[in-house]
Write a protein that binds this ligand. Structure first.
Ligand code: ZN
Length: 328
């Protein structure tokens, strides 16, 4: 029997910058403690260890102008350039072999004025809702240019918040054009939607024009690691509780098992801030345990794939991926 693809989405990542600190008001965790503005490089080294040891694959976002604090090429306000370059170097050498790298558009904070590089007054998702292909194409082009300058190939984007959702056709057309302009790639993926608890949920073809294609890859498993940010708890009991929500110790329960029973692809979604747990890094311990359990119980049924592999499978078998899965 053919194995079911399993993949992990990691959103909101950037060197040092905690996107919630810069895009949230008030700057507090869900349980009311102050958010930390920066995460240590130890977090990316830990993630790389997990990726290499457990063979997990997926999609890793880089927010190229995170928090409107600068950019990944010229550096960020208040952050030692050597340190942010070390973060990027680790992603390039140790995450990139297993994960598709994509821009999470530009700032995940305020929209960017492309002429000046300065922040506009509006959040970039809210800004996007009033745009069309003529303004979205240069905006997404800038995101790909930064990712390319940092030494990464890319085949898609992640939408900060619900970026583009109210003008999705225009967003699809702009993404396809921007990717082709910067990289010459004809097939693009994007992550915007979630399809939890839906039967047979898989990626779908969102847009086709000439010989180009845009594929929507939805998340099907909730970010249970998120809760590690919103509690002062850091113990093994919390790590086990979070891991159980994905897959129980005996491999028989949890959301991943439920999605497989529904005939869906398990497409896990977490966030850089979830893994960093407001500096405590408890989320990384939970991810390590989830990866260990998946590999112990499920490798006869599932195989880890990157988003690029998933994209390739969809475009080479288009007729199997034309159903747009609705929300359950
Ligand atoms: Zn995000």
């Amino acid at each position: 029997m053919k194995k079911i693809p399993i993949t992990l989405i990691i959103d909101d990542s950037a060197p040092f910058i905690s996107t919630p600190y810069f895009n949230r008001e008030p700057k507090v965790t869900g349980d009311g403690r102050p958010l930390v503005p920066y995460y240590p490089n130890e977090a990316i080294f830990d993630l790389a260890d997990i990726v290499e040891k457990h063979g997990i694959k997926g999609k890793f976002s880089i927010v190229p102008m995170a928090g409107n604090q600068g950019d990944i090429i010229n550096g960020f306000e208040g952050i030692d350039k050597a340190e942010s370059d070390a973060w990027l170097g680790c992603v390039r050498e140790r995450i990139y072999p297993a994960f598709s790298i994509c821009p999470e558009i530009l700032s995940h904070c305020k929209a960017v004025d492309l002429e000046t590089g300065k922040a506009l007054s509006e959040r970039e998702d809210e800004w996007s809702f009033r745009q069309d292909r003529t303004t979205l194409t240069p905006y997404i082009t800038r995101a790909f240019e930064l990712i390319k300058s940092a030494g990464f190939d890319s085949h898609g984007v992640t939408s900060p918040w619900n970026f583009g959702i109210e003008v999705e056709k225009e967003y699809n057309i702009a993404l396809s054009a921007a990717l082709y302009n910067v990289y010459g790639h004809k097939n693009a993926y994007y992550f915007l939607h979630s399809r939890r608890d839906a039967e047979n949920a898989k990626p779908w073809i969102a847009h086709e024009e000439d010989d180009r294609c845009v594929v929507s890859i939805p998340a099907t498993v909730r970010d249970h690691i998120w809760q590690t940010m919103d509690t002062p708890e850091t113990g093994d009991e919390l790590v086990r509780k979070v891991a159980d929500a994905y897959i129980t110790e005996d491999g028989k329960g949890g959301d991943i098992i439920k999605e497989l029973e529904l005939g869906a692809y398990p497409i896990l979604c977490t966030h850089w801030q979830s893994l960093c747990s407001n500096g405590a890094l408890t989320g990384l311990r939970a991810l390590r345990e989830v990866a260990r359990r998946i590999n112990e119980h499920l490798l006869d049924r599932v195989e880890w794939v990157s988003f690029e592999t998933l994209l390739d499978r969809v475009v080479t078998d288009r007729d199997s991926f034309r159903t747009v899965y609705q929300k359950a």
